[in-house]
Design a protein around this ligand. Structure first.
Ligand code: HEM
Length: 391
């Protein structure tokens, strides 16, 4: 290594990645603070205004959808998951008016002038139409060189496993996922957009994301999930904890056992949440569940309840209790929410509140660190050998 490299990089190794910013970075003059601070404050205010406007518009439209759904006829089994359509062969106007308009617009503009986000909405392969799913199911390749991306959400994994979104789960744009979730699960357009909006940091700059991005623990994925292990649990499979890609068969058998023959109701989902949160908090010394994560967590239970329903023979394969260990739709599956304009945000919020209130407040002891022996016996102590008891 030359002497020059050592001097300019400020590190003995000369590795540019090892540059010490405290020594090498340009010194900022304090006179710049009012200018840069003022600019940052203005830009933050702009973002806040945009967010408030976005929420207002989305929720006003959604309230309209909620009210219209009360009188509009439900979707027929035929129309629930639409058949194949494209600009040349648009869906019936009466069933999907917005898609029909966009199909006509694309036909008029032609391929070159149509923005890509429109083409995501105007093309649909018809997978799942009339409850036909299984022919399209493929499991992600495993082992060395396996590069498919999967995430903690059974709904998104199932869509990737069936090829409704790209099977490798990579370079997904928010509109693409919103359009897919709208058609696959009969969610309203407003709800499909809202579910994606919460994840904007993942795609804001690039315009796309890999679905595994959703698995960053502590962001949206959280401790006390009922289908995924906490990352420091001894049952967390070491290759999966980074992305939370695979369901935990241990948790599935605990909360959705094969032996159960009764259909699940919202009370069952509340009971699962209450038990899982308390159990996780009691064993995990670093247990965190912030208020937003409470809402995500009961929102997921509300989605299962309203979209997948309580029948074990559909629910279990959907969460990954099958010979493959991956989320799938069985033949005959259809979303249980059949509203003419799809399930609205308001409807989901009502069910989220019911299930959250049913779960009650988190009670029971937090994992106690009284001494080294306690710490040794806790899940944290198992980090080094995480995955010893594999999924
Ligand atoms: C585009 C829409 C969606 C996005 C971006 C999304 C995202 C996520 C994320 C990040 C998680 C992990 C965090 C957590 O456990 O709270 C998750 C979990 C989950 N999602 Fe989704 N989701 C979407 C749609 C759906 C739909 C339509 C359903 C139901 C039909 C659903 C059901 C669930 C369930 C059951 C879990 C697991 C909860 C747990 O293990 O505790 N999601 N989702």
């Amino acid at each position: 290594m030359s002497e020059t490299t050592e001097k300019t990089s400020g590190t003995p190794t000369g590795d540019p990645d090892m540059v010490n910013p405290a020594i090498n970075q340009r010194i900022v003059s304090p006179w710049m603070f009012p200018l840069s601070g003022g600019w940052r404050m203005l830009s933050a205010l702009g973002k806040l205004t945009f967010t408030i406007l976005f929420i207002l518009v989305l929720h006003t439209l959604d309230t309209a959808i909620f009210l219209v759904n009360l009188v509009w006829p439900s979707r027929s089994a035929e129309a629930l998951v639409p058949g194949r359509y494209s600009p040349e062969n648009p869906p019936p106007f009466s069933q999907r008016p917005l898609t029909w308009v966009l199909c006509c617009l694309e036909s008029f503009l032609g391929d070159r002038l149509t923005p890509t986000w429109i083409t995501y909405i105007t093309h649909w392969e018809g997978i799942g139409h009339d409850g036909r799913w299984e022919h399209s199911f493929e499991t992600p390749p495993q082992g060395e060189g396996a590069t498919w991306s999967r995430c903690p959400c059974p709904a998104i994994n199932a869509m990737a496993n069936h090829g409704i979104i790209p099977r490798d789960g990579r370079h997904i744009t928010p509109i693409q996922l919103a359009a897919a979730v709208h058609n696959t699960y009969n969610l309203s357009l407003t709800l499909s957009i809202q579910l994606l909006a919460a994840f904007y940091p993942f795609y804001l700059e690039r315009g796309w994301f890999d679905i595994e991005d959703l698995g960053g623990q502590g962001v949206i994925q959280h401790d006390g999930s009922f289908l995924r292990e906490d990352v420091n649990s001894p049952w967390a499979f070491p290759t999966v904890i980074g992305t939370q890609a695979r369901p935990s068969q241990r948790l599935i058998e605990r909360y959705f056992p094969a032996s159960n023959t009764k259909d699940y109701t919202w009370q069952n989902h509340s009971a699962i949440l209450a038990h899982r949160r308390a159990d996780s908090r009691n064993h995990n010394g670093t247990f965190v569940l912030n208020p937003l994560q409470y809402v995500f967590s009961s929102g997921n239970s509300a989605l299962i309840h309203e979209v997948v329903g309580g029948k074990m023979h559909e629910l279990r394969p959907w969460i990954g209790a099958n010979e493959y260990g991956w989320e799938m739709h069985i033949d005959g599956f259809q979303p249980k929410c059949k509203q003419g304009w799809g399930m609205s945000i308001l409807q989901l919020q009502i069910w989220t509140a019911i299930i959250e209130l049913g779960a009650g407040s988190l009670s029971g002891p937090r994992f106690p660190y009284k001494n080294d022996i306690d710490a040794y016996q806790g899940w944290n102590a198992d980090q080094a050998k995480a995955g010893a008891e594999v999924n």
